[in-house]
Ligand binder design. Sequence first.
Ligand code: NCD
Length: 305
Amino acid sequence: MKLRGRDVVSITDLSREELDELFRTARLMEERPSDYYGSLKGRILAVLFFEPSTRTRLSFEAAMKRLGGDVVGFSSVEGTSLMKGESFEDTVRTVEGYCDAMVIRHPAEGAAARAAELVEVPVINGGDGAREHPTQAMVDLYTIWRLRGSIDGVKVALLADLQHARTVNSLVLALSMYRDVKLLLATPGLRLRSEVYEEAVKRGVKVEEVGLKEAVKEAEVLYVTRVQRERLKSEEEYLRLKDAYRLDPSILKEARGDLIILHPLPRREELPIEVDSFKAAKYFQQAHLGVPVRMALLYEVMRGV
Ligand code: NCD
């Protein structure tokens, strides 16, 4: 694979063939992680998180350590010189000298792209504002592939905050690389960005806007998202929308027998804990698969850099 030394800012930085190959590597790493222990020994990954994170940061760190590599970084700007007024640019340029690759999460759209312009080491986008979260889309696709056997032909319903969820943008663009994909969009007014919608249609995805019940009834994969309180215009809007698309267990009676429920997590009101006991609930498995997927990505990007 030719991922060595490359930046991953958008999911579209990888082709379908590269994604499929990455998933085959992830599968090997999931089955026999010990075969890969030590393969990144002596390498250092920097994790620069300017926004909160549990899964993305910890699964990157776990992945790096499973490969025998090391991690430096921060999980919030407190404790860094950003508190003294140092710029993002100077921070990134400095850290470049301490690592072989970096993962960046930042509230500003385009932050990872900006870093990639500034430094020579590979930059992996761990989420840039409401724009993209490519490695989450890799985990989402990998989970679908593992549970369903293929991604081609899948019917995915995207629920709730499609306007601010960066995971949704990356997932839609990722699914667009596959054949015969159908997307059902169900949102209480937080609609998918037009440029992402148009790109999906251009690449041959069938897109339909539906209500919550219809989405649950038709979908093979229900991708639930949290209403992103921190990115809404007002608290009022949040209070009005937070429960609007709640996935109540009673609605799930209408669902297909082979339904898969995914959520990038963290969850709030939209996904009640009563759903956890359903056979369809796969979101914790999805979170756990973040490790082999990120192991595969780090291995391919960092080997030999
Ligand atoms: C998401 C994120 O940060 O974009 N979480 C994740 O990385 N798994 C989802 C969210 O914050 O709602």
